[in-house]
Ligand binder design. Structure first.
Ligand code: NZQ
Ligand code: ZN
Length: 382
């Protein structure tokens, strides 16, 4: 196992009716509540937030779209600066939380152009304090320090400990209103987060491996249930906590990490608007196939511990593990090829150009996925 420092400071309020905990935000703060396209008004979450903040000084900023857009977020930054808000509360899915993280950093950014935080990875030296009420379990953003923002075809990420939420409310009841598509997307995104930190090469990190395998088994077990019995709060609860743990940072300490599926997937979303999780369900199995020699030991471990595959040749066991991963994605009703989302060979060229423009030319835990390998990964799933 490699050396690491681990510190996750986000306080989690988990369970039914925990939204009232947002009343703990200090009363001397001027709070900007941020949200998306209105789902929180339909499912009662907005009313709960309003009631919990009845003794606070607050206003709101809405319209943060899925795959949050830089231009929208900069409107929020202008409002923050003009009206001197000093605390942000994001209420919604990963896009609202990520967008709010960017606003928190951009409002304090002292460089010329806040876009540099994403495009040049300019260091974030401070940010406004922020917390969140999460309504879509998927990204793990509720307790991590990452955020992803889109500007035209550029979907870029930044990380800073200053934007890690102070607290996150995880009330599984808020997720009952998710569509089957969004519920499935969440399960698949969380699954791939675990895989990006697990499916590399062994460093004898038994805690990280066993935690990862437990989370993968949860998602394989509970994922199809959320589609079959969407009103089951126990299922929703287990999925919500699993998704948080999948990208809270705990799995990735002291181990190599991959993230190639995410980097290629971001280009599918940036160029063609494919939902984040659906880009991953197309790319991950192909990355596993393409990198099978470098990932061999972990692929065999995954085959045995997740799918109980113990016999057959090495390559047969790996093939079966990959095809069972695809079966799981199909059971979640997400695409597993470019054709499934109506993309053809021309789209491969577009994706490769974007990868090059974004300097994504040495991906994976060994930096071995250059543009030639990315091409092979994409062409394999045409
Ligand atoms: O905008 P509203 O009306 O709220 O509707 C949203 C949106 O249309 C809706 N929704 C959310 N909660 C709901 C709900 N509808 C009904 N009931 C609810 N309880 O769902 C739609 C999608 O929401 P979005 O926030 O975009 O989804 P998700 O949570 O999957 O977030 C995706 C974004 O997170 C980024 C992705 O790239 C993408 O931009 N990621 C962030 C990460 C991070 N910060 O660590 C890691 C991930 O890998 C990912 O890249
Ligand atoms: Zn993801």
């Amino acid at each position: 196992m490699n050396n690491f420092t681990y510190h996750n400071s986000t306080c989690i309020y988990f369970g039914n009716d925990q939204i009232s905990a947002i009343a703990n935000i200090p009363k001397d703060k001027k709070i900007l509540v941020t949200y998306g396209g209105g789902s929180i008004k339909k499912n009662g979450v907005y009313d709960q937030v309003k009631s919990a903040l009845k003794d606070h000084n607050w206003d709101e900023f809405s319209g943060i779209e899925a795959n949050p857009k830089y231009a929208t977020l900069m409107l929020g930054v202008a409002k923050i600066k003009e009206q001197k808000f000093d605390y942000l509360l994001a209420v919604g899915g990963g896009s609202v939380v990520d967008g709010t993280k960017f606003m928190a950093a951009a409002a304090c950014f002292e460089g010329d152009d806040p876009w540099d935080i994403l495009s040049k990875q300019s260091p974030v030296l401070s940010a406004l304090p922020l917390s969140c009420v999460l309504t879509l379990p998927a990204t793990g953003t509720e307790s991590n320090c990452g955020a992803v923002v889109t500007r035209e075809h550029n979907k870029l990420a930044f990380m800073s400990p200053f934007v890690r939420p102070i607290f996150a409310v995880l009330d599984p009841k808020t997720t009952l209103s998710l569509s089957p598509r969004q519920s499935a997307n969440g399960v698949v995104d969380a699954f791939v987060h675990v895989m990006e930190q697990y499916m590399t090469y062994p460093v004898n990190a038994k805690v990280q491996d066993r935690f990862s395998e437990g989370l993968l088994l949860n998602l394989i077990e509970e994922g199809p249930k959320v589609l079959a019995t969407p009103d089951d709060l126990e299922v929703r609860s287990n999925i919500m906590w699993t998704a948080t743990q999948a990208l809270s940072g705990i799995l990735g300490v002291g181990v190599p990490q991959d993230w190639a599926s995410h980097m290629i997937g971001h280009e599918l979303t940036g160029n063609f608007g494919i939902d984040h999780a659906r880009s991953l369900s197309i790319i991950l199995p192909s990355v596993m196939h393409n990198q099978r020699h470098l990932k061999e030991a972990k692929l065999l471990q995954y085959a045995e511990r997740i799918f109980d595959i113990k016999s057959g040749s090495t390559q047969d066991r790996i093939d079966l593990a990959i095809s069972k991963t695809i079966d799981f994605f199909k059971s979640m009703d997400v695409p597993t090829s470019l054709a499934d989302v109506s993309l053809d060979a021309a789209s491969v060229e577009t994706i490769l150009s974007s990868l090059e423009a974004h300097k994504m030319v040495a991906l994976g835990e060994h930096g071995s996925i250059d543009l030639k390998q990315s091409r092979a990964i994409l062409e394999y799933v045409l």
